[in-house]
Ligand binder design. Structure first.
Ligand code: NAD
Length: 313
């Protein structure tokens, strides 16, 4: 967007100069060449900030992951959609299937493909990353969004307090959040480091940052993702590859709405920040870490929670 705006600005300055008699025929020709170049780059998508990037977003069949994939796609990136299986998008009625979503995203300027696999299984992770890179080339943006507070039986764990939890739920939640993120980074980051190019964005949660007595396995898994990301950013520093965390507050995804009682007041659409987030608001923050505007920022955590949790450390 910056490049388009800059070119339109340059062009309008030259045309304004021409009409005020300060511009020569030579300037006019340069201006027209600039205009043709701008139009061409807008049409072929190369003016978009993420043009040519290959973004793999885990858990992008639905919810937040899907909104992130759509945002990165709108900024020009080729997209690898991913989910645990083809049918995951249909679970809460968001889309028919993963491949249907990929088809809908595909355009003349940006490719979209789909891969499936359990992120907590190391063999599946290595295979899905290899498949993705075979189809679209080296991954340059990795967003680890697969996860959530989903226990061993596929539902929200209960009980789930520090002194009252089921071990199988804690294992399941750790596996789909922390272990999945670590395995994906292990599979993707070395190639990024070889290419000296890449941005990794891991999805945390505000529960990673505050002590509380609920969702204990989930809160600990997300806190560990924050720490893992800092360690990863440190290891990758010399290669130029970056790793950051986005920690969303409660966000109105279909699963979020279907799996709890929500507060009517928190659905307000007024100016107040005391409300649930929209998935697109979280996706916008992810796109900042994915793109060139954050090129010297790594190992950081951005809370997208409307100032719900303000922490000194
Ligand atoms: N919605 C919120 O309020 C909220 C707040 C903070 C953080 N988050 C985080 O955002 C992410 C997305 O949440 P959401 O609300 O969109 O939920 P969601 O359930 O709609 O999306 C999670 C996706 O991850 C996939 N997934 C789960 N386990 C997997 C596994 N083992 N292997 C492969 N894929 C797997 C699911 O199939 C699903 O597509 C999660 O990491 C969640 O913890 C959500």
């Amino acid at each position: 967007m910056y490049k388009i705006t800059r070119r339109v600005f340059d062009l309008s300055r030259r045309l304004a100069g021409l009409f005020q008699g300060r511009t020569t025929a030579n300037d006019w020709e340069t201006g027209m060449a600039l205009a043709e170049d701008s139009v061409a780059s807008i049409v072929d998508g190369s003016a978009l900030p993420l043009a040519g990037e290959v973004a793999l977003v885990t858990g992008s069949g639905r919810g937040l992951g899907r909104a992130i994939a759509e945002k990165l796609n709108s900024l020009g990136a080729h997209i690898v959609l991913h989910d645990i299986n083809e049918d995951a998008p249909a679970r809460f009625g968001e889309a028919e299937s993963l491949s249907a979503l990929a088809k809908a995203l595909r355009s003349d300027t940006a490719e979209a493909v789909a891969v499936t696999g359990d992120v907590s299984n190391d063999v599946a992770v290595d295979e899905l990353v290899a498949r993705a890179q075979k189809m679209l080339g080296p991954i340059s943006i990795l967003v680890n969004c697969a996860g959530g507070d989903i226990g061993a039986d596929g539902n929200k764990p209960s009980p789930s307090s520090p002194t009252n939890f089921k071990l199988e739920d804690v294992h399941a939640v750790m596996n789909r959040n922390l272990i999945g993120t670590m395995l994906m980074c292990r599979a993707v980051a070395p190639r990024m480091a070889e290419e000296n190019k890449g941005s990794i964005i891991n999805i945390g949660s505000i529960l990673a940052h505050r002590g509380g007595s609920i969702e204990i396995g989930y809160a600990c898994a997300k806190a560990a993702i924050v720490h893992y990301t800092r360690c990863l950013a440190s290891e990758l520093r010399e290669s130029g590859v970056r790793a950051n965390v986005i920690s969303p507050g409660p966000t109105k995804t279909a699963r979020f709405l279907a799996t709890r009682e929500t507060s009517a007041a928190m659905h307000n659409e007024g100016p107040s920040l005391i409300r649930y987030a929209h998935p697109a608001e979280v996706a916008a923050a992810v796109s900042f870490f994915a793109g060139p505007s954050s090129r010297f920022i790594s190992g950081q955590v951005m809370l997208v929670d409307g100032a719900d949790g303000l922490y000194a450390a």
